[in-house]
Design a binder for this molecule. Structure first.
Ligand SMILES: *Cc1c(COP(=O)(O)O)cnc(C)c1O
Length: 410
């Protein structure tokens, strides 16, 4: 037996443990849609979940499985299902586990598209309450008889509020609720939601895990903490075998197979390769973000900086306690005397783009783009001003980044 290996070592050698043919370093990209069997009983057993195997790639593919195993290792979870995007992972998880008479408590500081799909669920008849999750009491007050789930993000985008995650985890455990934490902003390198008793972890693999802005993907990881035995929404047909697997069986069948948000094997391969350097990239990007946040925080033309790594951030201590570093998402407001668009256009290195978690530093004016559809009222509720700029800090040399901001603010 080898000793427990570190985060990056485990990732680098994960594929080889499955002994890919010819001694390949990577799990090959399996493009076959269907899988054939010589004995029909073997095919039947795969269909009935009696043996592990593949039948049709919409609900499982060997290249995708290799990535799922890596995410499970990174999140210290029980098992993972990958999807075509982070949004597919979120919608499939909720569709598979929630019924129409159920209630969900969600953070009011959510990724814009998550908020938007939740609005669609409300129109389809689900009941949501949105609360400020920086205080567990807001979550406790919102819980009703029919509450089944609490859903929140680690570091909110764009205003970087940090949820009171450990206390909310205790509350969910006490009440027997599903506790879904979207870990995209922190990534499993900075934080594992299982440590605050999350029952499920969402990751947009598109962002830090893939890391190079060249593939879309998403995942849900079951941490093994939920008691499926007493959960009323599991269909009898999925109550087979190990109780711990019931929830994921239902997500794979109802959420992935039926809804069809399948990750392509080519994308799974790109994300797998990208994930090998997650730790290195996060270290560098977080250090860059800290440096830049400190520079912007003292600049007279910058009104306010939102970054959990600066002392004046309202949840600075909580973030320091929970996360290995303070992330690479950094937002700020320019003084009203500064023309926000002209300033952005003066940046030469920083790319004006909507993505996050790329190797390159990206900037976007928030109210006019990613949160434009929400309208001014909901934006105000989420703490988003019209002068806010969001940065996703990359891994460039810090001197170059600082120089770009200095010349643009001149
Ligand atoms: C980007 C993002 C998502 C959605 O992921 P996609 O892969 O773009 O669908 C979900 N949650 C958060 C916090 C995100 O930043």
């Amino acid at each position: 037996m080898t000793a427990k290996r570190g985060f990056t070592t485990t990732l680098l050698h994960s594929d080889r443990l499955g002994k890919p043919e010819h001694g390949a370093m990577h799990k090959p990209v399996h493009t076959s849609v269907a899988y054939g069997y010589d004995d029909v009983q073997d095919l039947v057993d795969v269909f009935q979940n009696k043996t592990k195997g593949y039948a049709y790639s919409r609900q499982g593919n060997p290249t995708v499985t290799a990535l799922e195993q890596k995410v499970t290792q990174m999140e210290k979870g029980l098992s993972t299902i990958a999807f075509s995007t982070g949004m597919a992972a979120i919608s499939a998880t909720i569709m598979a586990l929630i019924r129409k008479t159920d209630h969900i408590v969600a953070s009011s500081y959510l990724f814009g598209n998550s908020r938007s799909i939740f609005q669609t669920f409300i129109e389809l008849g689900l009941d949501f309450t949105f609360v400020d999750p920086t205080d567990v009491n807001n979550v406790r007050d919102a819980i009703k008889e029919n509450t089944k789930m609490v859903f929140l993000e680690t570091i909110a985008n764009p205003a970087t509020q940090i949820a009171d995650m450990a206390n909310i985890g205790d509350l969910c455990e006490e009440k027997g609720l599903l506790y879904i934490v979207d870990n995209t902003m922190t990534s499993p390198y900075l934080f594992n939601p299982v440590d605050v008793k999350a029952t499920h972890v969402i990751n947009s693999l598109t962002k830090y895990i893939g890391g190079h802005g060249n593939a879309l993907g998403g995942s849900v990881t079951d941490t093994g903490l939920f008691d499926w035995e007493n959960y009323p929404n599991i269909y009898d047909v999925f109550k087979k075998g190990d109780v711990k697997a019931w929830g994921m069986t239902q997500i794979r069948k109802k959420g992935l197979r039926d809804a069809g948000g399948t990750l392509a094997p080519e994308a799974a391969h790109s994300i797998s390769v990208g994930s090998e350097t997650l730790a290195l990239r996060m270290e560098r990007a977080c250090n860059n973000a800290q440096n830049l946040a400190e520079y912007l925080d003292t600049h007279p033309l910058i009104k306010k900086v939102y970054y959990p790594g600066i002392q004046t951030h309202p949840q600075h201590e909580l973030a320091t306690e929970l996360f290995k570093k303070h992330g690479s998402l950094l937002s700020f407001e320019v003084e009203e005397s500064v023309d926000c668009f002209a300033f952005l256009n003066k940046l030469q290195l920083v790319v004006k783009s909507s993505n996050l978690g790329d190797t390159r530093t990206l900037a976007i004016p928030v109210a006019q783009t990613i949160f434009n559809e929400l309208g001014p009222e909901k934006r105000a509720e989420m703490g988003i001003s019209d002068f806010m700029i969001r940065l996703s800090i990359g891994i460039e040399d810090i001197e170059d980044l600082l120089a770009d901001f200095k010349q643009a603010l001149e």
